[in-house]
Design a protein around this ligand. Sequence first.
Ligand code: ADP
Length: 221
Amino acid sequence: MSDIATFQQVQKRYARGVLALQDVSLGVPKGEFNFLTGPSGAGKTTFLRLLFGEERPTGGELVVLGHDMRRLRSRKLPGLRRRIGVIFQNFRLLSGRTVEENLDVALRVRGLDREQRRQRVAAILRIVELTHRSGAYPEELSGGEQQRVAIARAISGDPELLLADEPTGNLDPELSLKIMNLLRQIAARGTTVLVATHDYAMVRRIQARVIHIEKGRVVVK
Ligand code: ADP
């Protein structure tokens, strides 16, 4: 099976009755860069939260990395999440800790020893081109640099799937393009990347598969 995730007539109805997604059927192929587009309120965040197991489908079938998300036991969730990296718009870096320390914290939960963590941090900082900022504190970094640290942290565990929710929401167009290109490079290394955005100008500049959602439904354009 070459899909990282498979949706079959997936529905998500929130407790207060909002039908956030309906009749979503598609496969997310392995190792590709995908955009998830649609106006605000369309269901993009919900789509990502279902993949990360933060919300469960209320109808249909969703399989993520081989797990049936409607039946997955809560105790299995941490194991699945270790295989998925997430980047949110309001990235939360630990403020009193340097870039290097922020990444080290993320790796500790994976049981790597000190030397393994040091090597891994150095390798990730090279990927996001932030080696020269390893000793800086988050508040000393520009918006673009902070976002690159958030990406570094999300890929630190070498995830199979990387989810990004409006990762360039606060950045200017030039910086946004740089961040997108970095995410494409990460996809080219074999990680499946899914980027939710309503920045259509950006989407037009980048050759990638587009999953477009409107009012909770996937619209084929
Ligand atoms: P997008 O990311 O495209 O802006 P969302 O997935 O955040 O869209 O929201 C889709 C719809 O679901 C919206 O109508 C939103 O108000 C609703 N929604 C999102 N989260 C919740 C929630 N926790 N409880 C109830 N309704 C929600």
